[in-house]
Design a protein around this ligand. Sequence first.
Ligand SMILES: Cc1cc2nc3c(=O)[nH]c(=O)nc-3n(C[C@H](O)[C@H](O)[C@H](O)COP(=O)(O)O)c2cc1C
Length: 239
Amino acid sequence: MKVIVLQASPLMDKGNTSRILTPFLDGLKDEGADVEVFCTEKLNIGRCKGDLGCWVKTPGVCFQSDDMSMLLPRLSRSDVWVFATPVYMDGMTGPLKTLVDRMQPLAEPFMEVFDGHNFHLMRETLPHGKIVLVANCGFWEKDNFDPLLAFVKAFSRNVRRDFAGALLRPHGPAMRLVAGETLKDIFVAAHAAGRELAVSGRISERLMTAVSREIMPRNEYIDMINTGFEHILKARGLR
Ligand SMILES: Cc1cc2nc3c(=O)[nH]c(=O)nc-3n(C[C@H](O)[C@H](O)[C@H](O)COP(=O)(O)O)c2cc1C
C-alpha cells in the first residue's frame, strides 16, 4: 500500500498534529505500507489561477512550474492520501487548501452524474483510492471538526476516493498539559488505526473514538490555557 501524507501544520514534527500522526504512520509502516510525507511548509505551491488551462490548453498539466508537478504523479500513484492538519479558522490550513485546489489537473472538464450527484470525470491516470484525515484543534469540543470533516468527506466524493476515517484530537494542546503516560492509550489507538487501515482499508469507530477521548474537563482546560497566556503576557510586560 502506497501512502502519501500531506502534513499541513507549520510546526511540522514539533506540533500537536504530529503527536497523533507519528504513531498512526508507524502503524501503517509496521504493516508494510510505503509512506511518503510532504510538509506544506517546505513546499513551493502557487495558488490556482482559475484559467482552466489544465483542461483546455495543456490537459492534465498546470502552467505553473512548482512542487505540484512533483506531487501530482505521486498522488496518482498513491492508494491512500492522508490530510494531516490543525484546524485553522474552522478549516484546514491555507497552504493545504491551496494544494488541494491545485489538484484540478487530475479532473477532466467533462461532467457526469455519479452517486446521484453532478461531478467532473476524473482522468484515467487517477485510480480509485482512499482519503484519511488526521486533525487536531485548540477548542475543547469535538464538533470543532465538523466543517473540516464535511469538507474532506465532500472532497473524497468529488475525486471518487473512499473516505476511510478520521483521527480527530480535540483540545489538542492539552496533550502538552498532562503527563505523557496518561495519554498512552491515545497514541496506542492511533498506532492501531494505522495498522488497521493497512490491513482492512478502514479505521474503525472504536479506534477513532479512542483517539478523540476527553483529556481533561472543559473548565480545567480553559483555566490552564488562560493561566498559561496570562503568565506569558505578564512576563513580557504586555499585561
Ligand atoms: C491561525 C490559527 C487559527 C486557529 N483556528 C482554530 C479554530 O478555528 N478552532 C480551533 O479549535 N482551534 C484553532 N486553532 C488552534 C490550533 O488548531 C491548535 O493550536 C492546534 O493544536 C495546532 O496544531 P499544530 O501544533 O500541529 O500546529 C487555531 C490556531 C491558529 C494558529
